[in-house]
Design a protein around this ligand. Structure first.
Ligand code: 3HC
Length: 694
């Protein structure tokens, strides 16, 4: 039974037990309702405690049920709002005893209870907006009544959970300092004695003291992106203030039903499960046990190496940061210290935590220092000779079980592994810059990488707070190999007469966090040039625009030189268009000499995004990526693809693969059309009427 009932001297303790996370599916809703009815009619019970064990009070509604008909569906009776009304109107006091995650519908259940007691590890939030929906089981009505309209809207719009201390500060719950259940039972007994059943549904929602008449409109105007879900969240909270409770509840439920079927929500639900699927490695033997990683060495104290060292220290690992000379390691460590100081100054970290993290960071200038570590992550200069030299030495100095990882973004991992006597212990760990911020980690599986090493890398990625995605060996792995095709189209568009900011503008209006030209300015145009040179040297003679080389020739390497495809304000780094680049692009297009034509946003977006999807299909066909959804996870977490569009592969599916083929056929006859031959897998799936992401 997913709800256990335990009687403790007049108090019934109901424990939700629906692994893995107590999501409130139809079975759990039915059982909870039945258990509640039972204890309400039992004369031996004076009060009730509702809990969910030590790790998950509840992760909320069962997201799989949002797809109509799955496991009865979210609207099957009893719905979650039905069960919460039972709690709200219970004849005996009900106390929620919350440990671990209490999210979405889980928090709405807790808000339906008369009291909330939280353990120190509790994390309470309404993350529905991240799924393109709104809290649909009373959260938009009860939370403003519990903590005020402003704080509630902040929680609902950000989707970010608060910890136990903050929850107590907001007046959302009482912090338990001892045994959670004993404390909750004590509160329940007291409530039974007092006859106290405070119901949020009977309270008023407090507006901020200085709120003007257009307060809600201002919150709408302040949204970064006016997507359906955040707009509906504001509308529902407004109803909490303006309508009687039951009408507000009805409004919220209606909005929920509309939102859950929007394309944005479907894409976000897909992205949620795609991320979890990415953790699974196809064909990995059951005995591929991850190894323990406690001590790590990071080679290279530049921006990337220091970033990786920071991530490892943040995750509680002992770290040795290495570079060739004292000055370099000192500079790296100083950068890390500065970032911790800034976190302390902003109140994001306390001094004790800063000291703990700094205490885990050690430095060295000799690779011999790697002798006793469990894992080495090499983040040296992107040059095969340099990396092979390092791996040759590491192979000699490290223990036989030490895992040797390279952060290479484009080089052949197998050629690095084969220089060692232990290619089975070599893996790629491709972090994205800035490493402490970017969630993506491409885990590159070499031809000889042992299953246990791959499993270790994936487990480590989780420990580091990253989303690990497995990729096979090829130039650029998943993300960079695909982005090369997007860039190729972006530069061709300049050949055809567009200006860089026009291409960026179209893609940013569509939803990309940053257009390709601004992205290259951030990454460094000299890096892009080095990659092109490397590819050409490796025999890649496919046509490429010469425009980026002309920009590099002017020393315009991007943000780091103050100028690239844009010019940057030295103080704020704000980007501005630059007449010099416009003139260069116009002269370049004139030189190419194509007849002028109008190229609209639709074509810009279609060419850039379908170039990604086609290359993604090629990668999938070659077995470099395990599944289309993994490719989407790469783009959502490493390349600023808007989550509400699901990723490049999901986007192609949303257009319909037949339509994708039709569009590509149209481009085939255009400028440099040879790049529009569909990847065999795309063709196959389209012809069979199937999807890439199915
Ligand atoms: N519904 C269905 N399945 C869920 C789920 C949910 N709400 N939350 C987690 N799961 C599943 C995952 O898919 C995964 O399944 P798998 O093992 O088959 O891949 C399993 O539970 C474990 O999840 P994680 O791997 O994510 O476990 P973690 O321990 O890393 O994280 C968590 C736990 C923080 C709870 C995280 O899973 C999470 O954030 N879950 C979603 C929370 C959420 O968005 N809740 C709101 C739901 S919508 C809602 O409540 C609507 C309501 O207002 C009506």
């Amino acid at each position: 039974m997913p709800v256990h009932v335990d009687l403790r001297d007049g108090v019934a303790v109901l424990t939700l037990d629906r692994p893995p996370v107590n999501s409130l599916d139809l079975t759990l809703r039915r059982d909870l309702r039945a258990a509640l009815a039972m204890v309400m009619t039992n004369p031996a019970v004076q009060a009730v405690v509702l809990t969910g064990g030590t790790r998950h009070f509840s992760a909320g509604a069962d997201i799989e049920e949002f797809a109509s008909g799955v496991r009865g569906g979210a609207t099957a009776v009893p719905t979650l709002p039905d069960v919460i009304i039972d709690l709200d109107q219970a004849a005996k006091p009900v106390v929620a005893a919350i440990a671990g995650t209490c999210l979405g519908g889980g928090l709405e259940v807790a808000l339906g209870c008369h009291h909330r007691v939280v353990a120190p590890n509790a994390s309470l939030g309404l993350p529905e907006v991240k799924l393109g929906i709104l809290p649909g089981a009373g959260g938009t009505q009860r939370l403003p009544r519990a903590i005020g309209v402003n704080a509630a809207l902040d929680m609902i719009l950000s989707g970010t959970p608060v910890n136990a201390a903050k929850a107590a500060k907001l007046g959302l719950a009482t912090l338990s300092t001892g045994d959670l259940i004993e404390d909750a039972v004590a509160v329940a007994r007291q409530a039974a004695r007092d006859g106290a059943k405070p119901r949020l549904s009977l309270q008023r929602a407090e507006m901020p003291a200085d709120a003007g008449a257009d307060w809600f409109q201002q919150r709408m105007n302040g949204l970064k992106r006016p997507l359906p879900a955040p707009l509906a969240c504001i509308e529902a909270v407004r109803a909490a203030v303006e309508l009687p409770f039951n009408q507000g509840l009805q409004k919220e439920f209606n909005l929920f039903r509309e939102l859950v079927v929007t394309p944005e929500s479907k894409a976000l639900q897909y992205a949620f499960f795609a991320e979890r699927r990415a953790a699974r490695i196809d064909g990995l033997a059951a005995d591929a046990r991850p190894r323990a990683i406690e001590r790590v060495a990071v080679i290279g104290a530049g921006t990337m190496g220091s970033g990786i060292a920071t991530v490892a220290a943040n995750a509680g690992l002992e770290v040795i940061l290495l570079d060739r000379d004292e000055a370099s390691v000192r500079k790296g460590l100083a950068g890390i210290t500065k970032s911790y100081e800034s976190a302390v100054a902003k109140g994001r970290m306390d001094e004790a935590e800063r000291d703990r993290r700094l205490g885990r960071l050690h430095t060295a200038t000799d690779l011999a220092a790697c002798a006793a570590v469990d894992l080495v992550i090499e983040a040296a200069f992107e040059d095969m000779g340099v990396k092979q030299d390092i791996f040759r030495t590491l192979d000699k100095v490290c223990g036989p079980d030490t895992i040797l990882a390279s952060n290479t973004s484009t080089l052949d991992l197998d050629a690095i592994a084969d220089i060692t006597s232990r290619p089975e212990n070599v893996v790629g760990l491709h972090f994205f810059s800035p490493a402490p911020v970017m969630r993506l980690l491409e885990v590159v599986r070499g031809a000889k990488t042992a299953p246990a090493v791959l499993a270790t890398a994936m487990t480590l990625s989780r420990k580091l707070g990253k989303v690990g995605v497995v990729a096979g060996v090829c130039n650029g792995f998943i993300g960079n190999r695909m982005v090369e095709e997007l860039l190729r189209q972006a530069y061709f568009l300049v050949d055809e007469g567009l200006l860089p900011w026009q291409v960026d503008g179209a893609l940013e209006r569509w939803g990309m966090a940053m257009g390709p030209f601004a992205t290259m300015d951030l990454a460094g145009n000299d890096i892009g040039r080095a990659i092109r040179v490397g590819r050409a040297a490796a025999g890649d003679d496919r046509p490429y625009s010469t425009f980026p080389d002309k920009v590099c020739a002017l020393g315009r390497f991007g943000q780091k030189t103050g100028k690239g495809y844009y010019q940057y304000d030295p103080a704020t780094r704000a980007r501005e268009t630059d007449p010099e680049i416009d003139a260069l692009a116009q002269a370049h297009a004139k030189e190419i000499g194509l007849p002028p034509r109008v190229i609209g946003d639709d074509e810009i977006v279609a060419r850039c995004l379908l170039a990604l999807a086609n290359e993604g299909a090629a990668l999938l066909g070659e077995g470099i990526a395990q599944r289309a959804s993994d490719i989407d996870v790469v783009y959502l977490n490493g390349y600023g693809f808007p989550a509400h569009k699901g990723g490049p592969m999901y986007h192609a599916d949303s257009l319909g693969l037949e339509n994708v083929l039709r569009l590509m056929e149209g481009f085939l006859g255009g400028y440099q059309g040879q790049f529009w031959r569909p990847a065999p897998l795309l063709w196959e799936k389209a012809s069979a009427g199937r999807r890439l992401t199915a």
